[in-house]
Design a protein around this ligand. Sequence first.
Ligand code: HEC
Length: 399
Amino acid sequence: MDVLLAEWLSLLLRWAHLIVGIAWIGSSFYFIWLDLGLKKSADLPEGVAGESWMVHGGGFYHARKFMVAPPALPEELHWFKYEAYFTWITGFLLLALIYYWGAESFLIDPRVLALEPWAAILISLAFLAGGWIAYDLLCRSPLGRNTTLLAILVFVFSVAAAYGLGLVFSGRAAFIHVGAMLGTIMAGNVFFVIIPNQKKAVAAMLAGKQPEPALGLQAKQRSTHNNYLTLPVLLMMISNHYPMSYGHPQAWVIVAGVILLGAVIRHFFNTRNSGGGGLAIAWQFPAAAAVALGLVGFTAVGLGGPGSGELAETPSAAEAFAVVQARCVNCHSAAPSHESFEEAPGGVMFDAPDQLRSHAARVLAQTVLSDVMPLGNETGMTGEERALLGAWIRAGAPD
Ligand code: HEC
């Protein structure tokens, strides 16, 4: 029963996380597009930087941007903040459900570091909070005044975090924690800087004063960071089923590539939305393609992974099946004997040779090209066994 409950909780939370995440990123993309595409016209009132006409869903919309604030506050003002808060909250609950509750299976890998669950959970929490604090201090320091330098430092900081996490957690947990840290920074920017600054501006206006432009500039800097971090974070969040990313021994290099890739693609849209054309938008997609190819190439170096050993002859189905019987079925069976699993994880079972055959491609990715399975190598699978499975699958899984 508790397993069923956990699965439902996980599905519903993931669903909620996606919904609020789409709402957050959707509105953020929309406002960036709106902001960058504003046009000036002769009849704009004082203090209005630009306007935009839009048509959607059968109606016409007319938006104007007041650079600092309008002369008088409207009665009703819509804030966009709960999308960000709930994205963080649902994301954190999902992290807790999968990686804290299931710490021994998913957070800890004894081959990396044999942590007690409570210690691993504390490290995770400290890391998320510490990541925000370090980033915030960096932005507030004198270094934060130079936008380009700051961007480079935030990049280096993220890659260093990925490296450090790889020394502590399982590959999969390390990867998701980089995403969670960057996601926390993004939500922190909204909660601690962007919204409070906007509130201060509103309060100043209500007191009959002119809001300080510096508040707006600081909010703009943070919102630009959020803009460029969005795409890389999304990729990290969906990377969980792709062991060639998080399962790589130098996953931090992949993190670096993913951040570059996402930021460059985002840059294309930002430039195009603000009216850029020609050379200004000609380089991003070729550059992104080069980075993506670089990532493929990087993971292909030494391809074969932990199961790259050569075999004299093609193994038989019986030999391959014997390996998964010995190393996998304590978890991957209709009735697992492993104490943490009441059902076959991911619905993957190896009770019959045909089941192994039908999952062959995924087995190759999880056990031969990477050593993600068996989880934490609990069952002590050897390199020869990985090579045997690999040779059998590559030969077309013969009888
Ligand atoms: C200690 C338990 C355990 C052992 C042993 C284990 N697995 Fe898994 N396996 C899991 C869990 C848990 C998941 C689900 C991961 C997830 O939620 O994405 C999984 C998922 C998988 C998947 C699906 C991954 C995907 O998302 O595509 C494959 C394939 C797989 N395991 C293969 C194997 C093979 C092959 C072995 C033996 C060499 C093995 N596993 C041993 C626990 C185990």
